[in-house]
Design a binder for this molecule. Structure first.
Ligand SMILES: Nc1ncnc2c1ncn2[C@@H]1O[C@H](COP(=O)(O)OP(=O)(O)OP(=O)(O)O)[C@@H](O)[C@H]1O
Ligand SMILES: [Mg+2]
Length: 395
């Protein structure tokens, strides 16, 4: 029986867990494969997932966190920050893994690890749930690669002794600097016969950055976290409503599918606003959401997109970076050539490329290929054209 509560099952927001994680069966099967391999003492590659902003990388990593934690694994999630140094990421994950495991089957292995790790370069005081890794910040001094290798090997051995796996979930991995990425790849390779891996998620240029960081990058398993198939969009819309006995008319679904444009963030946004426009029908089993409910939600959807998503992104850019974005929007909606942007701006190659690099660092644009650029969120070009009152591009 559905509960008689006025709640909204959908929720759009960065990292907000969706009521149903649709269309990610392939990635979850990759995790099942890794789990099966590790638990039967076989190897498996570390994984790099990449995709545009709002494609659902964070919620996918969080799903993996829950699944692996349920299996009693040593697993933690960390969002990489620019210039923070890899030691911080690894330490944060160890703290979480230890806190989650508590007195579970890995605590004795972790205590053993603490004993092993005492010494000059690495120390871990897991008894008090504090881990300090003397790996240093890569900015101030080079990371001692051996220290990270040694740590991960020992962790892998501890996990093997407990017949579980150890997995580091690293979000926004594209922000990790090249030297740290290289150390991470090196350590993953050094531990390749052990049940230890990382699963990294990042923007679409993550594979290129990994490739630039080291030869071991080719040993990773890569997959794109991509647009949702229409059937997945429909499933993600109807299943949460069904729990309250609420259904959608075909016309309402058609309108929603057209608005969502296969993009996970839009899916939650349209669904959340449509549910509100339909009067939050969680306490009215039998209610059918009609096309007019979707239409009534469109203004609110538009407002949230303009005010919440696009405007905030634009404000992250300095005036000269905004000029760059404007030039990109003038050239087109999808992929544009960075040479064309430079020409349109009338700037030197050097000036334009430093603006471009800053925009990439801020996550507003990415380089899908050499000399090519694209916005990281769908619809941003259209927003910029409205904002700057530029005519739509011809193609
Ligand atoms: N597979 C999915 N099914 C339904 N909704 C999803 C799915 N994936 C993501 N969402 C929804 O899309 C929104 C964006 O998800 P998330 O923050 O994980 O994206 P992201 O790729 O990490 O974005 P960013 O690059 O900005 O960090 C959230 O509201 C989330 O609930
Ligand atoms: Mg994210």
């Amino acid at each position: 029986m559905p509960p008689a509560l006025r709640i909204n099952p959908y929720c759009a927001g960065a990292g907000t867990r969706p009521p149903l994680l649709a269309g990610r069966g392939r990635q979850l099967a990759q995790i099942d494969y890794l789990a099966g391999q590790f638990e039967s003492r076989r190897g498996a590659e570390s994984i790099a997932w990449y995709g545009l902003r709002g494609m659902g990388k964070t919620v996918l990593l969080r799903e993996v966190l829950d699944r692996l934690r349920d299996r009693g694994w040593l697993v933690g999630y960390h969002e990489v920050r620019r210039d923070a140094g890899i030691g911080g990421s690894i330490a944060a994950i160890l703290v979480q893994a230890h806190a989650a495991l508590g007195r579970g089957k890995l605590s004795s292995a972790l205590a053993w690890l603490r004993d092993q790790l005492g010494g000059a370069s690495v120390s871990a005081d897991l008894g008090e749930v504090t881990v300090r890794l003397g790996l240093g910040s890569s900015r101030t001094r080079p990371l001692p690669e051996d220290a990270l290798d040694g740590l991960l090997i020992r962790l892998g051995e501890a996990a093997a002794a407990a017949a579980v796996g150890a997995v580091f979930l690293l979000d926004e991995l594209q922000l990790m600097d090249r030297h740290d990425l290289s150390a991470l790849l090196h350590a993953a390779e050094a531990a390749k016969d052990l049940p230890l891996a990382f699963v990294g998620a990042g923007l679409p240029d993550l594979p290129g950055q990994l490739a630039a960081a080291g030869t071991y990058a080719e040993r990773l398993f890569y997959d794109r976290v991509d647009w949702l198939a229409e059937a997945d969009v429909i499933e993600a819309l109807i299943v949460p409503a069904h729990e309250f006995g609420v259904t959608y008319s075909d016309a309402a679904l058609d309108l929603l599918v057209a608005g969502v444009r296969a993009y996970p963030y839009f899916l939650q946004l349209y669904a959340e606003e449509t549910w509100k426009a339909a009067g939050t029908p969680s306490d009215r089993p039998g209610r059918v959401i009609e096309a007019r409910d979707v239409e009534a939600a469109l203004d609110a959807v538009e407002r949230r997109l303009e005010e919440g998503m696009y405007r905030i992104r634009l404000e992250k850019a300095s005036p000269s970076e905004q000029d760059y974005l404007r030039a990109m929007a003038t050239l087109g909606e999808g992929r544009v050539s960075s040479g064309d942007v430079t020409r349109l701006l009338g700037k030197s190659h050097q000036q334009a490329s430093s603006q471009r690099d800053r925009l990439i660092a801020k996550g507003l644009v990415y380089a899908p290929a050499h000399n090519a650029l694209e916005f990281t969120v769908p619809g941003f070009g259209g927003y910029l054209r409205r904002h700057f009152e530029i005519a739509a591009p011809e193609s």
